[in-house]
Design a protein around this ligand. Structure first.
Ligand code: ATP
Ligand code: MG
Length: 250
């Protein structure tokens, strides 16, 4: 088990999906998808383009309801609850395509995310500074978000998510467009988020080397269905997984 959390709660199930399904007209984007996310782990969710990964994030974060199936978070049935309700309970997601307030400063982008938790302006500012420092943004506080280089915009998305004080952080392709050295720094950050901040991570990512390095466990989706589940070693040896990827190269 990861060493991040201590005491009797290590490994308890934080999020449970039961037979999730999401249809868009005639297309079934997610089908019969059941999984558990355990406290303290970094769980990978991988699969070829269009496999249903972002749709799964939309379902668990309340951005859209499942067509059928159930979701439990912290032992509460959250199926059909709003995105605001779920985020206030500490399940926070980032977006595959950046959702920054590009005309606003880095500082203000982060401060806005603190407002549900912190009522005091000084406390919000302190939180903002802390999160900016963690993500390497402390020298860019007054820069507008839209003018940051791409890699730092990805970091800002993570700072914003962290400012909301997640228990569970769902990252949708956070490494896209990052350079080698930025990827290494981002992976160190994810490890630190888990070990020092005690935050459980669900990671969607196409960078297989990164996924294999950082995840404790991996779920593989294909055409909306769970194709395989296991440790990075198990998944990378799985014939069905290899076939699915070779058939759907980007
Ligand atoms: N709002 C929507 N309306 C209609 N179809 C959708 C919608 N969102 C997703 N889809 C479809 O559902 C399927 C799964 O999409 P999804 O975005 O979840 O895939 P993904 O695994 O995140 O892919 P990628 O790796 O390219 O990000 C795709 O066929 C997509 O076109
Ligand atoms: Mg996606």
């Amino acid at each position: 088990m990861p060493s991040s959390t201590a005491g009797e709660n290590v490994g308890k199930i934080l999020l449970k999906a039961e037979q999730l399904e999401r249809r868009f007209g005639g297309l079934t984007a997610v089908a019969d998808f059941s999984f558990d996310l355990k406290e303290g782990e970094i769980l990978g969710l991988i699969g070829p383009n269009g496999a249903g990964k972002s749709t799964t994030f939309n379902l668990i974060s309340g951005f859209m309801p499942p067509t059928s199936g159930k979701l439990f978070y912290l032992d509460e049935n959250i199926t059909g609850k709003s995105a605001t309700y779920i985020s206030r309970k500490g399940l926070i997601r980032t977006f595959q395509h950046d959702s920054l307030l590009s005309e606003m400063s880095v500082a203000d982008n982060i401060i806005i995310a603190t407002t549900h938790r912190l009522k005091n302006a000084a406390a919000r500012r302190e939180k903002m500074r802390e999160m900016a420092k963690l993500t390497g943004l402390e020298n860019y506080l007054e820069v507008t978000a839209g003018s940051l280089p791409h890699g730092l915009q990805r970091m800002l998305s993570i700072a914003i998510a962290l400012a909301a004080e997640p228990k569970v952080l769902c990252l949708d392709e956070p490494l896209t467009g990052l350079q080698g050295v930025e990827v290494a720094a981002a992976l160190d950050l994810f490890e630190m988020i888990r070990s020092k901040l005690g935050i459980t991570i669900l990671l969607v990512e196409h960078n297989m080397r990164a996924v294999m390095r950082i995840c404790d466990r991996i779920l593989v989706l294909n055409h909306g269905r769970l194709l395989a589940e296991g440790t990075p070693e198990e998944v990378s040896r799985n014939e069905l997984v290899i076939e699915a990827y070779l058939g759907h190269k980007k």
